[in-house]
Design a protein around this ligand. Structure first.
Ligand code: AMP
Length: 576
């Protein structure tokens, strides 16, 4: 495996392989399932369902039920506790990934193994090969806002950390980044530092030190890039002073980071002056990234789904630099590569790699009754224009696993579908007969935020809550804004939010007062940062952080952070 990675990879060869795999996706899917079932046929789980060594799709679907994480949890917990028998996989699982678990409020355990690292590298290399055709980069470095999570050993002695940390830890990751001519500019000690604020500061510092070699600015999820440059706005003078003196600020206390950064940092008053001048000249930080890193060719990271609300700010920092969305996957495994990098993030799609797992799709229809009878269809049976919930079977012990994502098929690359991420499948907001998803919430917030734009204000972040403590219950939207807005404007925003939920069940319930007036609660600056810090404290990685878009009573600590930071609140008068 190592030898394979050490040799310089040829992007055209990667594309050729991808074309070959996707030309006969149906066959590749069958073979992939066969391989998974051959490797794991003797496991307790597959035996329990009576598969009896069969490896064909028909028997697999007939015997093995669709499951959620909750169904598999008892098996996974036995692995976590150290049971070494073949429970879910033939080969023993020695590492566990902690998924971000934003929706439940606590991380979930997911089995991790080398096959997942392999497929991650295949996904990275595939999208890089296509990206490099359109946006070629020469030998350089990447300013990557990546962070490891806390790591610990489970009671059974398994390594547990987030999936991204598992990947960053692997030798393959480093080799692949080198092969892509974009090794991370920051020392490892910064990525694996004990405190993400200190790591973030030093990522920025490393980027500035290597300013002319930075060809790509990236992160796993786009939130981390926006967060980094929002922080830059606060600390830029301190960064300049470190560069001028060649001495690291005393705010960096982690000895490992201090030692590593001291090796990079030399007094450079000229560079400090240049950065100072550039920053002073900018208008409201527009175009900050290309100003600091004039050789950067693009910005890269996952920008779809729950990341879309950050695009506006990201475009502001990026000026004319293109934004290229990353790939599509999860702690449970990767799904597809972005092979059309020229599409703007709002239109980004992901071509499924048919050899990294076995994929099924539950058709989603408006008619709930009809949907109950719909059977999942195979990868090559999906139809353009339709929406589906995605089901994953992978090499790490997940069989017919409902990932909880809704995707739309936008077309095919050869015979593999190209998917657009739509939203998480669980409904966020529902009280009565109303049904609103994460996407509906995002659209409502976007509509209302347009009113703020006239005052040059923006929504920094947002979430929601269903408040059933009132009768009737009502939707609450929490907003953090970049500055102060007048009462009248916020009342207008509140009404606009209420009117923007256009779901018929919501509108009719509002009209007959079966749902109360929507409430907009404005929270203090920094509230969403507190939520991030809270998740990181629980073992989440900043690299995988996604703001929870709905906070239920079961997520009491986050709700507490939100409620204790409310500075103003408004009730809609839209349906009076
Ligand atoms: P995690 O829990 O950190 O493993 O996050 C995995 C989830 O992140 C997926 O199930 C999706 O909901 C979301 N996600 C991952 N990649 C993308 C993408 N390219 N676009 C939109 N959402 C994504």
């Amino acid at each position: 495996m190592l030898e394979k990675m050490d040799k310089k990879f040829d992007p055209e060869e990667v594309i050729e392989e991808f074309e070959m795999l996707t030309k006969d996706a149906e066959r590749v899917q069958r073979e992939t399932l066969q391989k998974i079932l051959e490797e794991n046929g003797r496991t307790e789980y597959l035996q329990k369902w009576g598969l009896n060594g069969r490896t064909d799709p028909g028997s697999f679907k007939a015997c093995i039920p669709l499951v959620t994480h909750k169904d598999l949890e008892p098996y996974i917990l036995r692995i976590v506790a150290g049971d070494a028998s073949p429970i879910l996989t033939g080969k023993r699982i020695t590492t566990i990934s902690l998924s971000s678990g934003t929706s439940q409020g606590k991380p979930k355990f997911v089995p991790f193994n080398d096959e997942l690292v392999d497929s991650t590298m295949q996904i990275y290399k595939t999208s890089f090969a296509f990206r490099n055709r359109e946006f070629p980069i020469a030998n350089g470095k990447a300013l990557q806002f990546i962070y490891s999570s806390k790591q610990f050993k489970t009671e059974g002695g398994l390594e547990a950390r987030t999936a991204t940390t598992n990947v960053y830890n692997s030798l393959q990751f480093k080799n692949t980044m080198k092969a892509m001519q974009t090794p991370c500019c920051s020392p490892d000690e910064v990525i694996f530092g004990p405190d993400f604020q200190q790591s973030l500061y030093c990522h920025l510092l490393s980027g500035l030190i290597y300013w002319d070699e930075i060809h790509v600015v990236s992160s796993t999820f786009a939130h981390s890039i926006v967060y980094a440059f929002r922080t830059f706005e606060q600390v830029w003078e301190e960064l300049c002073s470190d560069i001028r003196e060649g001495v690291l600020t005393s705010r960096i206390t982690a000895p490992s980071i201090r030692t590593a950064m001291s090796k990079l940092l030399k007094p450079n008053p000229e560079l400090a002056d240049t950065i100072y001048k550039k920053c002073s000249r900018l208008s409201n930080w527009y175009g900050l990234i290309p100003e600091l890193f004039p050789n950067a060719k693009y910005i890269y990271g996952i920008m779809t789904g729950t990341m879309e609300p950050y695009l506006k700010k990201l475009r502001h920092y990026s000026g004319e630099l293109p934004l290229l969305s990353g790939d599509y996957g999860s702690s449970e495994g990767w799904i597809g590569s972005n092979v059309n990098p020229k599409l703007p993030p709002e239109l980004a799609t992901y071509a499924v790699l048919p050899n990294i797992g076995y994929f099924e799709f539950i058709p989603l229809r408006d008619n709930v009754e009809a949907q109950k009878h719909d059977k999942p269809v195979g990868l090559t049976e999906v139809k353009v224009g339709e929406e589906y919930e995605i089901i994953v079977t992978n090499f790490a012990g997940l069989y017919r696993y409902r990932l909880g994502d809704v995707v739309k098929v936008t077309g095919f690359h050869n015979s593999t579908p190209e998917l657009k991420f739509v939203c998480r499948s669980n409904l966020l907001l529902t009280i009565n007969i109303d049904k609103n998803t994460e996407k509906d919430l995002q659209l409502a917030v976007e509509a209302a935020a347009k009113l703020l734009a006239e005052e040059k204000l923006e929504v920094v972040d947002f979430t929601s809550h269903v408040d059933l403590s009132t009768d009737p219950g009502h939707y609450v939207i929490f907003w953090e804004m970049s500055g102060d807005a007048g009462e009248e404007l916020l009342e207008e925003c509140c009404n606009c939010l209420d009117r923007s939920f256009v779901d018929a069940g919501y509108v009719s319930s509002r009209k007959v007062k079966a749902i109360g007036a929507l409430e907009l609660r404005v929270v203090r600056r920094g509230t969403f940062q507190k939520i991030l810090v809270h998740y990181v404290g629980m073992g989440a990685a900043v690299s995988q952080f996604k703001t929870p878009r709905c906070v239920g009573l079961n997520n009491s600590s986050v709700l507490q952070i939100l409620c204790s930071n409310v500075v103003r609140s408004y009730f809609s008068t839209a349906f009076c």
